[in-house]
Design a protein around this ligand. Structure first.
Ligand SMILES: CC(C)(COP(=O)(O)OP(=O)(O)OC[C@H]1O[C@@H](n2cnc3c(N)ncnc32)[C@H](O)[C@@H]1OP(=O)(O)O)[C@@H](O)C(=O)NCCC(=O)NCCS
Length: 415
């Protein structure tokens, strides 16, 4: 599958300066009551601390969050900017490309830099899956007997009403098309957990994580806000969905969507946030902080909604075209593991070497906080390229509604 349509962009001198994320928490647990705005403020403050870049240098704030997870959710991007120290004169906006939101936010900042509108962008993807509201859309005028509409937004939003297919069912369709068996899916999931456990043990994952504690975010003249963890939880520092998951255990879990997908081989539902600073070359060279990676190209394409999970295939082909590279020149791939069968379908279609794909585990083990995922994938990929001494990497995600997005980065120190 390739696409002549879609958006492709290429960048000559745009950089990811650094990146950081919160640990991801199983939904309804330790971060269950924390606003995604506060998770976003935390990672934004931390990326400024790690780079020693002043928030006063930021020209644009781009943030993403899917769920309307607080009453002030419309203002999420603005509040993340202001409470992380970005001057009030600097504009902020939200982007939304469903599971591709984090990568879209990076591309939006990169585009602004390429166009000469900005030299430094603060990019944040943040999601509270827990605080997806229980919502109703039809009661502004009151209730009619027996016609109360309140529904669980988290559950309902995983159904695409266009083809009338849930995200999980779309993966089952790909499982049939690409002959992914239950054993294949469980094997892939067990490997994701194993790799994430190894990446925790080697401290690779902790390198991109800022531990959370209860803390206020104060701002003179404005309302104080902050993170409050549950009583008796002093700090939270490690992804909680990661756990030993041998195939024999995974094999016993019941199907969640009538086929090969289960709770063990689908992406974990978690809360979390991630941030990165996207900088122009001149800005980067004025600062002593070594860059995380060069942004080479981006692409986003559409695919049939009923097989939304295949989106990374044409997106990766498009981003290679935009960057002028071949698949065999790519040292590492991060494809979001929305579902095992979906990721395996992409791997089979692209004939990707499994030893280059999601080598530190993926969303099956670590979890998939929708808007934060794209930023996490980009950060993890860039850090892995550095660790490996590899040159090029691609991160990609499938997107509910039927799209795929991909980001091509280069490890500057491997040139
Ligand atoms: C698949 C899915 C429906 C499962 O939801 P769930 O049933 O609420 O999942 P739970 O976490 O409660 O897990 C169910 C059971 O499996 C067990 N389980 C989950 N992962 C496991 C693992 N790795 N090893 C062992 N057991 C595991 C749980 O312990 C639980 O056991 P219990 O019933 O005895 O308590 C949900 O995770 C999902 O929809 N994921 C995909 C989200 C999505 O679509 N994102 C967007 C992508 S486009």
């Amino acid at each position: 599958m390739t696409s002549s349509k879609g958006l492709r962009s290429q960048y000559d001198d745009v950089w990811l300066m650094d990146g950081v994320r919160t640990p991801f928490a199983d939904y309804n647990t330790v971060l269950g009551l924390v606003s995604p705005t506060d998770l976003g403020i935390k990672v934004a403050r931390e990326v400024f601390r790690r780079t020693a870049v002043s928030p006063a240098a930021v020209d644009i704030v781009v943030a993403g969050s899917m769920a309307q997870a607080s009453f002030d959710a419309y203002l999420l991007a603005r509040h993340i900017g202001i409470y992380s120290g970005v001057p009030v004169e600097v504009p902020a906006h939200l982007v939304q490309r469903v599971c591709g939101t984090g990568m879209e936010a990076i591309l939006a900042a990169a585009d602004s830099i390429k166009l000469g509108k900005a030299a430094l962008g603060l990019v944040v993807g943040t999601e509270s899956m827990s605080r997806n509201p229980v919502a109703a859309y039809t009661h502004r005028g009151g209730f009619r007997m027996g016609q109360v509409e309140f529904k669980d937004f988290l559950w309902e939003s995983l159904l695409d009403t266009c083809p009338n297919v849930t995200m999980g069912t779309s993966s089952e369709t790909l499982a049939k098309q690409y002959k992914v068996s239950r054993e294949d899916a469980d094997h892939f999931a067990a490997q994701s957990f194993d790799r994430a456990i190894a990446a925790q043990k080697s401290c690779f994952l902790s390198g991109e994580i800022v531990p959370l504690v209860s803390e206020p975010f104060e701002l003179p003249g404005y309302h104080a806000r902050g993170i409050r963890l549950p009583k008796k939880v002093e700090s939270f520092g490690q992804d909680s969905h990661v756990r030993p998951s041998p195939i024999a255990v995974l094999a016993k879990l019941p199907p969640s969507f009538g086929g090969v997908q289960t709770a063990g081989n689908s992406s974990g539902i978690v809360d979390g946030a991630a941030a990165t600073l996207v900088a122009s070359g001149p800005f980067l060279r004025e600062h002593s902080h070594p860059p995380l990676a060069k942004v080479v190209a981006g692409a986003v394409v559409g695919v049939p909604p009923e097989i939304m999970g295949i989106g990374p295939v044409p997106a990766i082909r498009a981003v290679l075209e935009a960057g002028g590279l071949r698949l065999d020149q790519i040292d590492r791939f991060e494809i979001n593991e929305a579902f095992a069968a979906q990721t395996l379908a992409c791997q089979r279609e692209l004939q990707l070497d499994p030893s280059k794909l999601n080598v530190n585990g993926g969303a099956i083990a670590i979890g998939h906080p929708l808007a934060a995922t794209g930023v996490r994938l980009a950060i993890t990929l860039a850090r892995e390229l550095k660790r490996l001494g590899g040159r090029y990497g691609i991160s990609s995600a499938c997107i509910g509604g039927g799209q795929g997005i991909a980001l091509l980065v280069e490890n500057a120190s491997a040139q």
